[in-house]
Structures are given as C-alpha cells and as structure tokens.
Design a protein around this ligand. Structure first.
Ligand code: NAP
Length: 290
C-alpha cells in the first residue's frame, strides 16, 4: 500500500506559500510533484527551490496526477477548478486548501465526485513561492470536509498524504468548519484591525506618539492579525460573510457588557468574567508559544 502511494504523481495548482510548502514536503516523502502556476517565472523558481519536479503554466501537465491540490487564492479556486477538469480523468482525486469551505464544497462536490475540501491551518505572514518553507504543516490541524457522496477511497488517499505532512487531521462538515474558523480566525482579524483603528483615533498627537513608542508585547500580540495582509482579510469577509457577521454581532454584545460593567464600576462582576475567560482560554489548543 505504502509503495503505491510513493509512486503517486501529485499535482499542485497555484505555487505560492501553501502550494510551494506542500510541494517541498511531498517531494521529501518521495512523491513526484507536478506544479502549475499562473506565471512562467514562478514555475521556474518552484523547480529551482525544489518545490516541484516539473512545472508549467499549462494545466495539461496535471493530466497524469492521481491527486491534485488546488492552492490558488480563494477567489480563484472555483474558476481554476472549472478549467482544470477539462484536463483530468474522472478518477483523479481533487482537493483544495481554501480557508473557507462551504461555498467551495457546495460548488465543486456536485460536479466532481472525487473531490474533498481541505484546509491546512498553517501559514506565515509571507506569500508567493519565495515564502515556501519545509515542515509548515507539522503538528498543525488539517481539516477535511468530505460530504455524504465523497467516496471513501478519495478520503483515504488525501488522509494518507496529509498524515505524511505531520498534520493532525480533523473531519467536519464544511458549514461547521466555516462557523468554527469565524470564531478563531476571521473574528480575531476584524477585532484586531479595529483595535488599531481605535488607537489611531487618539486626537492628541503627542499622546498617540507616546502610545506608539510604549507599545509592547500586549499590543504586538493583539494587533498582529489585524495588521496582516488586507487582501486575505477581505476574502475572509466575502467568503465567510454570514458566519463572520454572526460572530461580530456576538462580539459587539460582549463588548457592550464589558462597557456596562466598567461604567457601573462593577468590579466584582468584571473580575468574575475575567476569571471565567482565564479558564476558558485553556480549552483552546493554542500550539507553541501560547
Ligand atoms: P499565495 O502565496 O499568494 O499563493 C497563491 C499562488 O497562486 C500565487 O503565488 C500565484 O502564483 C498562484 N496563482 C494565482 N493565480 C493563479 C491562477 N489563475 N492559476 C494558477 N496559479 C495561480 O497564497 P497562499 O497563502 O499560498 O494561499 C493559497 C490558498 O491557501 C488560499 O486559497 C488560502 O485561502 C489558503 N490558505 C492560506 C493560508 C495562509 O496562511 N496563507 C493558510 C491556509 C490556507 P503566480 O506567481 O504564478 O502568480
């Protein structure tokens, strides 16, 4: 069984941070990796960096792949999939790495039986092929979102590959994935960006400058995701709009509760709340450096 997997050709469509990193790891496990990207220069860099064995701007290169990972930006996953399938036999297992699952699975699963949605919960602040790094997925969650019609064999093949990346696999419904990531990934981006906006609204320029100089670990941690790639933030909001709105509305409610407690100088209730959250935070698997 193992030998069969080692002989597999794996296609990666979209050679950037995630696609390139995936390629590095898959090659190190003995897979033959075929890469397709938009720009010829990216294809050449991907070969030079050891991310792929072969690369092209022509999707036909992926015709001999047994499994294809679609790693383009979110907005291009469905359109590129539509072009891709003209080049593939129906036996090819297709998966994607998009950060939102329901809209993608809803569109692709009815067209391609051997499709399984996926989301590696790993990344860095960088993008593009130069940002590719080995072992990006080690000890990180990797969510798979099969639906009732997904064949077990397709799930097993993708699971086998993901396991070799050193990731921890979770299965869930696409909708549950999107609701969960709206709490722990998309809501924090919006909260963090509004924190920066709030600080920048200080009207006394001397005080603002002082705050900017005094900013330390607390501000660094809480502003990090809000000060990240704006394009990604917009994509999260666009593709996970209803879940994100729901989370933001709940957050606004919690913020109002805090405002009331502080306004009423209800320090006992405030401490109780902080204590509860100190406990609750321990339930989140925060990984290294928490
Ligand atoms: P990225 O670094 O920008 O890589 C995407 C690559 O796709 C680009 O380098 C680009 O390569 C290529 N591309 C663009 N249009 C294309 C097209 N029409 N056909 C083929 N290739 C095309 O982005 P990323 O961070 O790897 O994200 C890729 C996917 O992973 C997204 O769907 C995102 O939701 C998901 N994801 C990201 C993270 C993260 O933290 N970054 C984490 C988990 C999942 P060229 O140089 O050839 O234009």
């Amino acid at each position: 069984m193992e030998i069969l997997f080692l002989l597999m050709n794996i296609g990666i469509l979209g050679l950037g941070l995630i696609g390139g990193s995936l390629g590095l790891d898959l090659r190190s496990h003995g897979y033959y990796v075929l890469g397709v990207s938009r720009r010829e220069s990216t294809c050449q860099r991907a070969i030079a960096l050891g991310c792929v064995d072969q690369a092209s701007v022509d999707m036909n290169l992926l015709a001999v792949a047994e499994v294809v990972f679609i790693c383009t930006p979110m907005s291009l996953i469905i359109p590129t999939f539509r072009h891709l399938i003209a080049h593939l036999p129906s036996t090819t297992v297709v998966t994607d790495v998009g950060s939102v699952k329901a809209p993608i699975v809803k569109e692709i699963a009815p067209i391609w039986e051997n499709f399984i949605g996926g989301h590696p919960m790993a990344g860095t602040a960088e993008s593009g092929i130069e940002a590719a790094v080995p072992n990006l997925f080690v000890n990180r969650p990797y969510v798979l979102t099969p639906v009732a019609t997904t064949p077990n064999a397709a799930i097993a093949v993708v699971e086998q590959i993901v396991q070799q990346l050193g990731a921890t696999i979770y299965h869930c419904l696409p909708e549950d994935h999107d609701r969960a990531v709206s709490w722990i990934s998309h809501l924090p981006v919006m909260i963090s960006t509004s924190l920066i906006t709030a600080c920048m609204s200080e009207t006394d320029p001397n005080v603002l400058q002082l705050a900017q100089k005094l900013a330390s670990s607390g501000f660094r941690d809480t502003s990090r995701v809000g000060g990240g790639n704006p394009e990604l933030g917009v994509l999260m909001a666009q593709y996970n709009r209803s879940c994100l709105l729901r989370s933001l509305q709940q957050y606004r409610h919690n913020l109002d509760e805090l405002i009331n407690l502080i306004d009423q100088e209800n320090w006992v209730a405030l401490e109780e709340k902080l204590q509860l959250n100190q406990q609750a935070r321990r339930e989140f698997q925060l990984g290294v450096g928490n």
